[in-house]
Design a protein around this ligand. Sequence first.
Ligand code: B12
Ligand code: SF4
Ligand code: SF4
Length: 399
Amino acid sequence: MESTARITAPNAPVQLVPVLPRTTLTAMVKRLAAEHGLTVSAVTTAEAFPELEERLLAHISRGHVRGLDWFTPDRARFSTTPRNLQPSAVSILAVGIAYWSVDPGKPDDGVPRGRIARYAWGVDYHDLLKQRIRALHRAVEKLIGCPVEARFLVDTARIVDRAVAARAGLGWYGKNACLIIPGRGSWVLLGELLLDLELEPDAPLTKHCGRCSLCLDHCPTGAIVAPYTVDTPRCLSFQTIEQKGAIPRELRPLLGDWVYGCDVCQEVCPYTKAANPDPDPAFLPRSVENAYPSLRWLLEMTQEEFSATYRDTPVPRAKRRGLARNAAVAFGNVGTCDDVPFLADVVSNHDEPLVRGHAAWALARVGGARARRVLEVRRAFEANDEAREEVGVALEEAG
Ligand code: B12
Ligand code: SF4
Ligand code: SF4
């Protein structure tokens, strides 16, 4: 149906706007989005998501978001009604930035190295998306010639980004719960622009995974407990980023070399594997430590080095302490008996008890009986209760 652009911003000058057919206006807004560095965009209405509310409440009651304290039933209900955020919203422009670029690969230099999830190699996508969305909003106002009331959202708990993008037809749900965007796979970060502007909604895509189950089969921890359902406490992304305390012992061997996030369920996906590279320089790692950091360096870095290396990237969310803890666990998985003296030093001297405790676990794993003497001494001298307990369990495991 051809209709005109409706501008209802409270202080909008009446009919300064050239009357544009809705489809034309929508095409112009999408073109502007692309010109402002937003790789993909699609439109849905600002109506509520009643089915999603049921899904979220069931997800919470089954314990699948345990550990995310903000993920409460109230928050879930709030997040399924976009007009709670902007009562005047008529349309939502779902946008995304593709971040798949060239993988420099883990250097083959004999240095034990960890692995950072791709989305965190370069600049923090929250800042980048917000900047680009804000610039797009200004461009839309300029196009129309009057103020447009809008709200910018990127990864807030106040709206479910994938659900909005799915209804807008930007992509479709994979069984790994990620939104798969045609031609880009799931290497796309999502955001929204709530607009007081009537745009032509797009239709949801009908595509699905078919019989494939590669992501469920390959998830290192079995966190994809059923198609489309990730059990957060088992997900390595949660454990390496959001977990502030100890990583559960049974998950530590499954962490492999991941020290920040995890990409396995995306890397094995045929649609994501076939993604077109989009070399947005913003997502390229500044140095090897931003993609494949040396585990030794992570365990020795000062706060200043941590801040300088990971400035403006998403990594500071884990804090120096969390990243070093993850490095200790990764050492337990990829280290060899040559690393025993280094790990013994970390167990004895790291300034963070959390890191000393996890290094004790790693030491027992790579050092076996050779680790016993160090661990016995540490059990006698460790002043922190939790670290001492870790040392005690590690001693039993050192055999
Ligand atoms: C909490 C959270 C997490 C948690 C929980 C993840 C989860 N799957 O629930 C943890 C910390 C584990 C996590 C991990 C990751 N996350 Co995260 N995370 C979020 C956050 C803040 C909320 C997600 C949420 O509400 N989850 C609850 C579940 C129930 O919702 P959902 O997975 O979005 O979608 C479900 C329902 O909507 C439902 N559903 C609704 N309608 C329909 C319709 C159909 C047909 C079907 C089948 C299903 C369905 O099914 C889905 C699966 O249960 C969003 C940002 C946001 N505000 O939305 C980012 C977000 C989902 N994360 C993102 C990313 C990149 C990641 C990681 C890849 C990071 C990494 N490399 O380590 C991993 C991927 C793990 C995975 N396989 O999901 C991106 C995803 C982009 C994309 N293309 O999908 C988002 C959207 C952030 C962003 N703005 O770009 N994340
Ligand atoms: S991010 Fe890693 S741990 Fe989490 S569901 Fe995907 S493969 Fe599993
Ligand atoms: S790996 Fe297979 S099942 Fe998993 S999201 Fe990709 S296509 Fe779907």
